[in-house]
Design a protein. Structure first.
Length: 389
């Protein structure tokens, strides 16, 4: 197989796959050889869809050839990769640079596209001036929180880690006894909170079976919810993370309950309905954040994409809810209603005199008359339709 060389005036002479083998065959037996480096220069990792290392190559000397042909240093089983796709070689100062060989698809360096057959690109350290001037600095610095370089050939992700790159700090184990104890305490508080709310809402003389939903149903529903997320973690992360999902769910539900209670009581104590109108939006936001936390445990490599998706879902849901309220009730927010009110002695506002209250109530008569007329017209229309059928 014939190989085509590339003329370059910067750095060491470039190479393509096959050149090193030909040079070794032509060199005399007694030619002096350079001392091998004391340790690996870099490590090139092939990542799967979840960001896990599928296989890796320890680099002791440049260049490193990448492609589908079997005489490459890194052989990729990807139909979108050329037989000889790219070469990572030594540039100025010995730092690696990427040469994308002629082909169809080129490569990507972070978010920057590198065309096939283009000029070589120096994969400088993120702290150098050359890298700051590059459009791919943000992507390079964001790769796993270190100075690793992320490349994409076809549909295959590669990661170049150099000897001097900083490593991500060691992570704490998510499953410890102290975490379990804290989660169980919060779960017990949530359970007691649900039981107290259920006791307040029950009528006198209720049956004993009315206590089954909060006593048994709520814990079972929470456990089933976390079990499903744990199975998703098992599929994508190969770890059955049940307790981390329990911690997320318990904190999310408890935050929803406390926020809803606090806003309703603030509205009742202050007499300002704005707090009560925030209940739906605030609890929905907590719910979206809880779902995002669950999904982040399942797909930790897609945190940013999941955050964008959760934000878009919340904005779209809020817009749809406001539009439905305006269409059905001619108001942006749902009608206010609270089944529990704080004691009058705790209210911040003073009691309104009887005459002032009657005057304010009289102002509601036109609104109530309009509602009654609309309801009667709607009922009459439904009755006429039923008679025609």
């Amino acid at each position: 197989m014939s190989q085509t060389g590339y003329l370059d005036t910067e750095g060491p002479a470039p190479t393509v796959p096959g050149e090193d083998h030909a040079a070794a065959a032509e060199a005399p037996a007694d030619a002096p050889t350079e001392a091998a480096p004391s340790g690996p220069l870099a490590r090139i990792e092939v990542l799967d869809r979840d960001g896990r290392v599928r296989h890796a190559l320890s680099v002791a000397a440049w260049p490193v050839a990448i492609g589908r042909a079997i005489d490459n240093d890194i052989v990729l089983d990807d139909p979108h990769v050329a037989p000889y796709h790219a070469v990572i070689e030594a540039g100025r100062g010995g730092s690696p640079r990427l040469r994308v060989l002629p082909g169809r698809n080129g490569m990507r360096w972070g978010r920057r596209r590198l065309p096939a057959g283009g000029e070589p690109v120096a994969l400088d350290d993120p702290g150098t001036d050359a890298a700051r001037a590059s459009a791919a600095v943000a992507a390079v610095a964001a790769a796993a929180g270190t100075g690793a370089v992320e490349l994409t050939a076809g549909l295959t992700r590669l990661r170049l880690r150099r000897a001097g790159d900083a490593l991500e700090p060691e992570r704490d184990l998510a499953t410890t006894r102290s975490d379990h104890a804290g989660t169980l305490v919060l779960a017990l508080l949530l359970w007691l909170w649900v039981l107290a709310g259920h006791a307040i809402s029950l009528d006198p003389g209720s049956k004993a079976s009315d206590w089954l939903p909060p006593l048994v149903g709520a814990p079972l529903a929470l456990g089933a919810w976390c079990l499903l997320w744990a199975l998703a973690s098992k599929i994508f992360q190969h770890r059955f993370e049940f307790w981390p999902h329990v911690a997320v769910a318990v904190r999310g539900v408890l935050a929803v309950e406390v926020t809803s209670f606090a806003l309703v009581w603030l509205s009742g104590l202050s007499g300002w309905p704005g707090f009560a109108r925030l209940v739906t939006g605030a609890t929905a936001a907590i719910g979206v954040v809880t779902l995002w936390a669950h999904a982040r445990l399942v797909l930790p490599q897609q945190r940013r994409a999941l955050a964008y998706a959760a934000t878009a879902a919340y904005v779209a849901g809020a817009a749809i809810l406001l539009a439905l309220n305006q269409q059905r009730q001619e108001r942006w927010f749902a009608e206010l209603y609270a089944h529990t009110l704080p004691p009058p002695s705790l209210m911040w506002q003073r009691a309104v005199p009887r005459d002032a209250f009657v005057l304010r109530a009289e102002r509601l008569r036109p609104v109530l008359d309009k509602s009654v007329a609309e309801a009667a017209a709607e009922q009459k229309e439904k009755g006429d339709d039923a008679d025609e059928e």
